[in-house]
Design a protein around this ligand. Structure first.
Ligand SMILES: Cc1cc2nc3c(=O)[nH]c(=O)nc-3n(C[C@H](O)[C@H](O)[C@H](O)COP(=O)(O)OP(=O)(O)OC[C@H]3O[C@@H](n4cnc5c(N)ncnc54)[C@H](O)[C@@H]3O)c2cc1C
Length: 434
């Protein structure tokens, strides 16, 4: 490998890097993809333990774009099963269907009344300017009640950031809007219409979400794992790897997290490094538990705004595919957000999750736990605060001027789904296809 030159070097073998490589392979472009881990997949890997398969929290395929849907269905060598979402919210001791704002029925009467009255008041004032942050937007759009019982506590927990420090530019499809008719009818009886981008999802029948990335990877001829990039010389266009090897490139696509990329650029100006230091993100402790019990629940996942329960969401893989668990058993993943560093031990995390589940009415105890797999996801969600846009502008200006094309969830530093990552990878590759 030492000194070898490639037309395009791709850094990172997650969904984005693999999709970029696939597109270059199709066009016969001279490329090579380098991944630091032992195997490709990044966030889309699946881990196996004693007959259970766990993803890095729920990884469900939602298609908003017909071309990506066609691409995935053609490339994936496993049956993708379509599911109609069974998503719930656990709030004030009750389960209601997701999204919260359209399904108030089932909450205590006093909460329904508070949410509906505040919504009506907000509706009268609607159109008034809000301050531009997520909290003000939520209050002015849904009223104090829905904001106080769901929008604010849920987002505070998930982003580990005060909602008045979040901007609104991440929301898009992730926060379904509503109208007075839906709010009021959803307060009287459960809504019969499912809404939102994730009403339907696809999931592999066997093997977990990793079969998607493995299917793409199996079609690539230039892919090398255990190659952690540690230095990039922008003048000579050389990439150095941790194992002492190096290669040179004509074009470079980076899908590795921006802070990791910046740390490889020793010659980058302080101002660019300063901009990168202002980018913030959440990390997630994904606590996966395999249970010996059958019939845990038929729910796919539950959003949990309640502050006394440590996880913001809990999901149930056996409902994505029964083949993710041994026969007659079930599993759950609980997502706990944090920022910065977090010391944890398995026993404490499992007991926190079990106690949260008990509060939510799941009758599980330590003796039902068969397998535990904790995944500490360092880069989980990009936080959209008031620094993000300006910092990204400065970073991208420098990287573009120096011939680095970035793509992907943490490469481009944006709230991308798997489908978005595929599209972003393909788009990055196409900038090298003439
Ligand atoms: C908790 C959670 C739940 C999610 N759920 C869903 C979902 O249900 N549906 C959905 O569509 N999307 C979901 N996503 C989003 C999805 O995971 C991402 O959009 C997608 O996997 C991003 O792919 P990527 O290639 O951009 O990044 P990554 O998967 O992070 O890949 C980056 C790769 O770069 C490698 N790398 C890092 N540093 C170096 C280095 N120095 N040298 C070489 N390689 C390096 C990493 O090892 C990694 O393999 C979820 C994400 C999270 C965190």
């Amino acid at each position: 490998m030492n000194g070898e030159e490639f037309g395009v070097v791709i850094l990172g073998g997650g969904m984005t890097g693999l999709s970029a490589a696939y597109r270059l392979e199709q066009e016969g472009v001279d490329y090579c993809l380098f991944e630091s881990e032992e195997r490709v997949g990044g966030l889309c890997r699946s881990e196996k333990a004693d007959g259970f398969t766990f993803d890095y929290a729920g990884h469900l395929l939602h298609f908003l774009n017909a071309e990506t849907e066609k691409f995935v269905k053609e490339v994936v060598e496993e049956v993708l099963v379509a599911h109609n979402r069974r998503a719930w919210v656990y709030s004030n001791g009750a389960y209601t269907r997701y999204p919260f704002q359209r399904n108030l029925h089932g909450l205590p009467d006093s909460i329904i009344k508070e949410c509906v009255l505040a919504y009506v008041e907000a509706d009268i004032d609607r159109g008034k300017e809000h301050k531009g942050d997520f909290q003000s937007w939520a209050i002015s759009t849904f009223g104090d009640g829905i904001a106080r019982h769901f929008m604010i506590p849920y987002n505070r927990k998930m982003w580990v950031t005060e909602p008045d420090r979040l901007t609104c530019d991440w929301m898009g499809r992730f926060v379904p809007d509503t109208n007075p008719v839906d709010i009021i009818s959803g307060a009287f009886s459960p809504s019969t219409e499912e809404v939102g981008y994730n009403v339907q999802f696809f999931y592999p029948q066997k093997g977990g979400i990793e079969v998607v990335v493995n299917s793409i990877a199996s079609k690539l001829t230039r892919l090398t794992c255990k190659k952690k990039v540690v230095k990039i010389d922008l003048e000579t266009k050389y990439v150095d790897f941790e194992d002492g090897s190096s290669c040179s490139y004509k074009g470079l696509i980076s899908t590795i997290p921006l802070p990791e990329l910046t740390s490889c650029l020793s010659a980058a100006p302080r101002s660019m490094k300063g901009s990168c230091a202002r980018l913030i993100h959440t990390s997630v402790l994904d606590v996966n538990i395999g249970f010996s019990v059958a019939d845990l629940t038929d729910k796919h996942w539950v959003y949990v705004p309640e502050p006394e329960i440590p996880f913001y969401r809990i999901g149930f893989p056996h409902n994505f595919s029964p083949l993710l668990v041994p026969q007659g058993k079930t599993s759950a993943y609980a997502e706990i957000s944090y920022r910065g560093s977090h010391r944890w031990n398995e026993e404490t995390l499992v007991s926190l999750v079990l106690s949260g589940m008990n509060k939510m009415g799941f009758a599980v105890s330590e003796s039902d736990v068969e397998v535990v797999k904790i995944m500490d996801i360092k880069y989980a969600y990009v936080i959209y605060d008031s620094n993000r846009e300006k910092s990204l502008e400065a970073i991208n200006e420098y990287l573009e001027a120096n011939g680095i094309r970035t793509a992907g969830r943490f490469g481009a530093w944006s709230y991308l789904s798997m489908e978005d990552s595929i599209r972003d990878g393909i788009k990055a590759a196409e900038s090298f296809i003439h």
